[in-house]
Design a protein around this ligand. Sequence first.
Ligand SMILES: C[S@@+](CC[C@H](N)C(=O)[O-])C[C@H]1O[C@@H](n2cnc3c(N)ncnc32)[C@H](O)[C@@H]1O
Length: 271
Amino acid sequence: MSEKPTTPDSHVERALPAPRDRSEPMFPGGPAADPAGSHHERRIRSFRPRRGRVTPGQGEALRRLWPQWGLDIDGLSRIDLGELFATEAGPRPGLPVVLEIGFGMGEATAQMAAADPGTGILAADVHTPGQGNLLALAERNGLDNVRVANGDAIILLREMLAPASLSGLRVFFPDPWPKKRHHKRRLIQPEFIELAATRLKPGALLHCATDWEPYAEQMLEVLSASPAFDNSQADGGYTPRPDFRPLTKFEGQGLDKGHLVHDLIFRRNDT
Ligand SMILES: C[S@@+](CC[C@H](N)C(=O)[O-])C[C@H]1O[C@@H](n2cnc3c(N)ncnc32)[C@H](O)[C@@H]1O
């Protein structure tokens, strides 16, 4: 009877990875698996939870940089923005902070942060590979004015940010939810704008962009109807694409399909 050939360590059992509980973080020290809990409240979400495949470089950035620059949107604590943007030199009270909702892979976020080092960018998304990508970009480019938040930005705004604490809000290419039955998932709705208005300082800019024409029309209608915001365009229409907004990944895909892009810039007034 022929014996099976053995390798020197064939007696060693191959260790199987221990099964991971859904609530355990995928990257030790990194973003929480489900920060505010998927059943935190019954509400229609503007995103689908999606982790996507994380590259080794993104995973490494999440493990190493999250404790320093990451924020889990747990809905439990009030954020002191001066402390959140602290550097080795100490907290930065009075630093103007802009919230970006849905930064995707974060390339445009990093470019805008580099162009404006005197402004803190609080960038929120649920997309794990993008969070790792943005952290790595921030480190590579020496950006100490970027913080990455993981979870639903509505909970961040409502539960964790103080009234009149933000100097700006950016929503670039939010999920268009083109099917009629999904329109209720769109982020830019009257209730969202009402909430955003409470968290923005007078004079703060709300900048939206989309390549989905019907959503652009909805944005214009909702923002124009809000008594808390004034259109930066005297004619009440869209803003010509400002050169300070870099091309985003999602925008590039829309342009390849021949989509028209619309920017909308509204100013929070004193009401
Ligand atoms: C269509 S992508 C656009 C990404 C990026 N701005 C770009 O232009 O390439 C929209 C992003 O918004 C995120 N998102 C949608 N609703 C969100 C919410 N309530 N809180 C945090 N992120 C959200 C999604 O996860 C997604 O990454």
